[in-house]
Design a binder for this molecule. Structure first.
Ligand code: COA
Length: 673
């Protein structure tokens, strides 16, 4: 290889025989900033003029290929060349250009790769178009080029979900031309470019087999919209992406890309994208904890103990096993342990059936979760998470036992959703090594982890919990001790408001509908039915003075008993229950409240305002470190619609308040804890 020419601070040009290699090194993620775009354009110009160059490789140093447009440049005019122009320059380049992809190729980065004439990737590479997660669509030809490479159906799925695919998948879909080893990517790419040298470049814009195929199935878009109506409701970006892909089947390529660029600009200036960019920053801010030195080393966690094999304990064990961490699971009752292990297997089998897990992966994960009869068996764990019954005395008893059993340096965590972590820590001889790890149900799915910092929790213990959160794919948010922490403390206010509303005249399904239409996965009463109304209820102590109690007295325990606030059919589909209406009428009379019609606007305001008020108190008290942490908690733990930016952002940007639209379906989704 001949000497390297430095083009600018982030770009170099080297020659390998007749192949010119343009390499970009712009830490941390090779975002396509002005300097990067200018460097690539200048490298191409040199390669164009150099008669000795017959082909070009575009490669990145560092963690991965380009991570997309530089988010910090959003909202500002884009310095020349802009990304659509650069993609166009690459595609029209007279000599073949090969993209060499490692790590992740995202957004504009993947769009540039698709504008190249061939793509080679390492087997561990991932690529995708996450723009919808920022309220945007691929704005430099990605909608059109992906459709030409992989077909309209694949483009619809990838672009509206924003989820990346593996190099292997990309290869089988026709996006990547060859997949190879990690250490030799540059050599593989150069060899690929040499093989293409002298041939006319294969331009993605000219491929039309997939376009013809999509044109032959015009109902595809209608089917896709109907099939994804619930997931995509009220969001501007995925809606626009579908329109763009559909329009691209008939518009000339350049006109289609121009329309996409205009749509991108419109979305970029719209409220949903601003809100989602706020969340992107918020998700990275949560990792910064004042007083915690960034170089503080996390402890090694190589074995985790879980006490309690119920829904939460089982889910936590799965979350660990999914990240390759060995788990010892125990329960005071043997039959509960066996049931818990069986449920874990059933859950994995469901993933196997849906193709998300292979048989080998299933067995490997089950092997990582070992059931043990005695808590003593947890003596060699680095971290023990208690996920037992939500009762202070029960938890204290477990912690004093654990304190005797666990290694002196082990961390003890409670998965309490409300209780005082300091009181629990006080029964141990190691309060600095005690904290709360509040998972959200289902713990193997929900991304939020509230990391509850006790008054005496050590900084390294906190750092360890944060590192663990990342390792198991969760967003860890550090919160302080109070009843219900951030999420459940706010949720309690909403529940109280909802209970009051149905006493005054609203019906449970009205409240649920309004919150569902706002964008929540389900309303409070559907959620209560799913969680079970009898949590903590006993017939002896029932006073018949709340709807929950009345329903339990009537044997309506929620979804599991086929009836609660709603009636459920065999497929768990909820139906408004006339008897609940009668019970409510009686309850209002006994409470001396005259029932009246309650408008949707009043329902929304009275459910959400108290939450916001509580959020503000939580921030003022320092329970949450910053307002945007509260947004992250609600988006990742409770399914608050990301396109509103989270409750606190939404409250500050009132213009976003959505108008009520009719719900497409009834709420039936994950429960929260
Ligand atoms: N533009 C500018 N900065 C970016 C960026 C982008 N496209 N993507 C990431 N960054 C920044 C992050 O803000 C973070 O900055 P900080 O250290 O000051 O907080 C830093 O790069 C590292 O990112 P992080 O997400 O912490 O690293 P990671 O290794 O966990 O993940 C990625 C790397 C690329 C997978 C991830 O950053 C990502 O998904 N980025 C967004 C990609 C995207 O949406 N592109 C489309 C834009 S239209």
């Amino acid at each position: 290889m001949s000497s390297e020419t430095r083009i600018n601070a982030v770009t170099t040009l080297a020659h390998s025989g007749k192949v010119a290699v343009i390499a970009v090194d712009a830490p941390p993620v090779n975002a396509l900033s002005a300097a990067v775009r200018q460097g690539i354009a200048a490298g191409l110009a040199i390669a164009a003029d150099d008669a000795a160059v017959a082909a070009v490789v575009l490669i990145c140093a560092g963690k991965g290929f380009f991570a997309g447009a530089d988010i910090s440049e959003f909202g500002k005019p884009m310095a020349e060349p802009d990304l659509p122009t650069l993609a166009d320059t690459i595609e029209r380049f007279a000599k073949p250009v090969v993209a060499a992809i490692h790590g992740t190729a995202l957004g504009g980065g993947f769009e540039l790769a698709m504008a190249c004439h061939a793509r080679v990737a390492t087997s561990s590479a991932r690529m995708g178009l996450p723009e919808v997660k920022l309220g945007l669509i691929p704005g430099c030809g990605g909608c059109q080029r992906l459709t030409r490479l992989a077909g309209a159906k694949a483009a619809l799925e990838m672009i509206t979900s924003g989820n990346p695919i593996s190099a292997g998948e990309a290869h089988s879909m026709g996006i990547v031309d060859s997949v190879g080893g990690v250490g030799v990517l540059r050599e593989v790419a150069v060899a690929h470019a040499e093989a293409l040298a002298g041939k006319p470049p294969r331009r993605t814009r000219d491929l039309d087999a997939r376009i013809k195929e999509a044109r032959a199935d015009p109902a595809l878009f209608k089917r896709f919209r109907a099939g994804n109506a619930r997931r995509l409701r009220r969001q501007d970006a995925p809606d626009q992406a579908i329109l763009s892909i559909e329009a691209g089947l008939t518009l000339p390529f350049d006109a289609a890309v121009r329309a996409d660029t205009e749509a991108f600009d419109r979305l970029e200036n719209g409220p949903q994208s601003a809100a989602m960019r706020h969340l992107f920053i918020a998700e990275r801010e949560v990792r910064k904890v004042p007083g915690l030195p960034p170089d503080l080393e996390a402890r090694n966690i190589s074995r985790v103990g879980v006490v309690g094999a119920g829904t939460m304990g089982g889910g936590i064990a799965m979350a660990m096993a999914n990240a390759g961490i060995p788990v010892l699971l125990t329960d005071a009752r043997q039959e509960a342990l066996h049931r818990g292990l069986a449920t874990i297997r059933t859950n994995y089998e469901r993933s196997l059936k849906s193709g998300r897990l292979s048989e080998t992966e299933l067995e490997a994960r089950m092997e990582l979760i070992v059931g043990v009869d005695d808590i003593e068996a947890l003596s060699d764990c680095d971290l023990i998470i208690e996920a037992a019954f939500e009762d202070m005395e029960v938890k204290k008893a477990i912690f004093s036992r654990l304190d005797g059993v666990a290694r002196a340096d082990a961390i003890l965590a409670t998965n309490t959703s409300f209780l005082n972590v300091d009181e629990i820590a006080a029964v141990t001889s190691r309060p600095a090594q005690v904290l709360g790890l509040h998972f959200f149900s289902p713990a193997n799915v929900m991304r939020l982890l509230e990391i509850v910092r006790g008054a005496r929790t050590g900084a390294d213990v906190l750092a360890t919990a944060m590192a663990l959160a990342r390792r198991i794919g969760k967003t860890g948010v550090v919160v302080g001790v109070c009843h219900g922490f951030v999420g459940n403390r706010m949720l309690a206010r909403r529940q109280r408001a909802a209970n009051q509303l149905i006493l005054e005249g609203a019906l449970p399904w009205d409240v649920d509908r309004v919150l569902y239409d706002f964008g929540m996965p389900m309303g409070p009463f559907a959620m209560a039915d799913l969680a079970g109304l009898d949590l903590g209820w006993t017939p002896e102590r029932s006073t018949g003075s709340t709807m929950d109690e009345l329903l339990c007295e009537a044997g309506r325990f929620g979804q599991k008993s086929g009836a609660g606030y709603y009636d459920y059919d065999a497929s768990h589909k909820p139906k408004p229950a006339p008897i609940v209406e009668e019970m409510l009428a009686g309850l209002s009379v006994r409470a001396g409240v005259e029932r009246r019609p309650v408008s949707d606007a009043e329902i929304l305001d009275r459910c959400l305002s108290p939450m916001i008020e509580e959020g503000r108190k939580i921030i003022a008290e320092g329970i949450a470190l910053r307002s945007s942490d509260v947004d992250v908690v609600w988006v990742h733990g409770y399914g608050w619609p990301a396109w509103t930016g989270g409750p606190m952002y939404w409250a500050e940007h009132g213009a976003l308040a959505p108008s009520a639209t009719p719900s497409a379906e009834r709420p039936t989704s994950r429960k929260q804890q």
